[in-house]
Design a binder for this molecule. Structure first.
Ligand SMILES: [Zn+2]
Length: 107
């Protein structure tokens, strides 16, 4: 082995996971942090959990609720407009004349 070209090797390097699991290994880095490991990955645990380290699921849920609120707002506006229209009455007046029915626009 040539001297002074190899990186420092740590016999007891630690790998720490976001779930709290800690593993000991040999590495050129003293400490390694990971988001997933065999203790918490759904493939190994057999449970179906959503791993949301980048908050993507949460962001999607926020967007979805925002959108549904907008749709609800539009629907209520539409209903209010329809109620106003009904309250105002018909737009045209129907007059009965000798020759037949004549409809006039209301002012
Ligand atoms: Zn883990």
């Amino acid at each position: 082995m040539k001297s002074a070209i190899h990186p420092t090797y740590f016999e007891e390097a630690t790998i720490s996971c976001a779930c709290g699991a800690v593993y000991k290994t040999g590495s050129t880095k003293q400490a390694i942090s990971v988001e997933l490991c065999a203790a918490c990955h759904p493939f190994y645990t057999g449970t179906q959990t959503i791993i949301d380290s980048a908050r993507r699921v949460e962001k999607f849920q926020e967007r979805l609720t925002k959108k549904s609120d907008e749709v609800k707002g539009k629907a209520t506006k539409k209903i209010a407009r329809a109620a106003k229209r009904i309250a105002a009455g018909p737009k045209v007046e129907v007059e009965e004349t000798k020759s037949g029915r004549v409809s006039k626009k209301k002012k």
